[in-house]
Design a protein around this ligand. Structure first.
Ligand code: ADE
Length: 285
């Protein structure tokens, strides 16, 4: 997968070199380019924003800067070709991770993100904005199959809307929000989305079995986990986890997931198929 990020704060994207993403870069599963938007500014002050038409507070990012930046990055040409590749921060060697599942081939998710009338061969442009559609695990799964994702980081009051409208000619465009709160810019949202997507690429995080039990994968939040010691500060690990009975442990895990979801995010249960036992656990019958 190729990731390109366009931002006025390239240093903000430094975390992409570390940990899991750094490992993916090192394994040639991922390559990353972080581009300084100011390269495409043409005036002496390298300005990227201007006052909003119609008045109001803040500044709006200029189409004359964003347009050429998105043109170049879509094709990896012009000024975009001069950007240094992001390198991995640490050598990870071929050490197996604790979550690698032996003897199971990495498998791709089948999901794809193509809307009616869109050309699937175009790169995906993700524009983080609090005014976007909520980013979900289903998006992360679908986007983990992309060859080329470009992130456009807006700041101030956002990017001139015509940039987004025009980008549809060269990209499949997705405006997304990572939550109902307002950040100063899209950079942190890019880190969040990139991590959620890249960990699902086959070979990055063990394999598909490693995330099948994630929160949201079956529509439920994940229940509690425990490790050694068996007793800690007077608190015991639940007895059932020592039973050696796989079916019983799985049933207990699902019960815990159901109860946590009911307590913390009850609205999620509307999208989950519940059988007789599930309903009994939830006190619904
Ligand atoms: N930019 C500013 N706030 C944001 C949010 N909540 N999600 C995505 N991008 C943003």
């Amino acid at each position: 997968m190729r990731l390109d990020v366009i931002t006025i704060f390239p240093e903000y994207l430094e975390p992409l070199r570390h940990a899991l993403l750094g490992k993916a870069i090192e394994q040639n599963i991922l390559s990353v380019g972080v581009h300084d938007l100011r390269q495409w500014a043409t005036d002496v002050h390298k300005s990227v924003d201007d006052s909003p038409y119609g008045g109001g507070p803040g500044m709006v990012m200029k189409p004359a800067v964003w347009g050429p930046a998105l043109d170049d990055v879509a094709q990896g040409c012009g000024l975009a070709a001069l950007t240094k590749e992001l390198s991995s921060s640490l050598p990870h060697k071929d050490k197996a991770r604790h979550d690698d599942v032996e003897g199971v081939d990495p498998q791709r998710y089948q999901d794809i993100s193509v809307r009616e009338g869109e050309d699937p061969s175009l790169p995906l442009l993700i524009v983080p904005t609090p005014a976007g559609k909520p980013f979900t695990q289903a998006d992360a799964r679908a986007w983990s199959n992309e060859e080329h994702i470009v992130f456009a980081c807006g700041r101030y009051e956002g990017i001139d809307q015509r940039v987004i409208d025009d980008a549809h000619n060269r990209y499949r465009v997705r405006e997304v929000s990572i939550g109902d709160y307002v950040l100063i810019g899209g950079e942190v949202a890019v880190l969040v989305i990139a991590e959620a997507v890249v960990r699902l690429i086959p070979g990055v995080l063990g394999n598909r079995r490693s995330h099948e039990e994630d929160s949201f994968s079956d529509g439920l939040l994940e229940g509690p986990s425990y490790t050694k010691p068996r007793e800690w500060r007077g608190l015991e690990v639940p007895e059932v986890l020592f039973s050696g009975n796989h079916a019983k442990v799985e049933r207990w895990r699902r019960d815990q997931a159901l109860l946590r979801t009911q307590q913390v995010r009850p609205e999620l249960l509307d999208g989950v198929k519940l059988d007789h036992h599930d309903k009994k656990v939830l006190g619904l019958q």
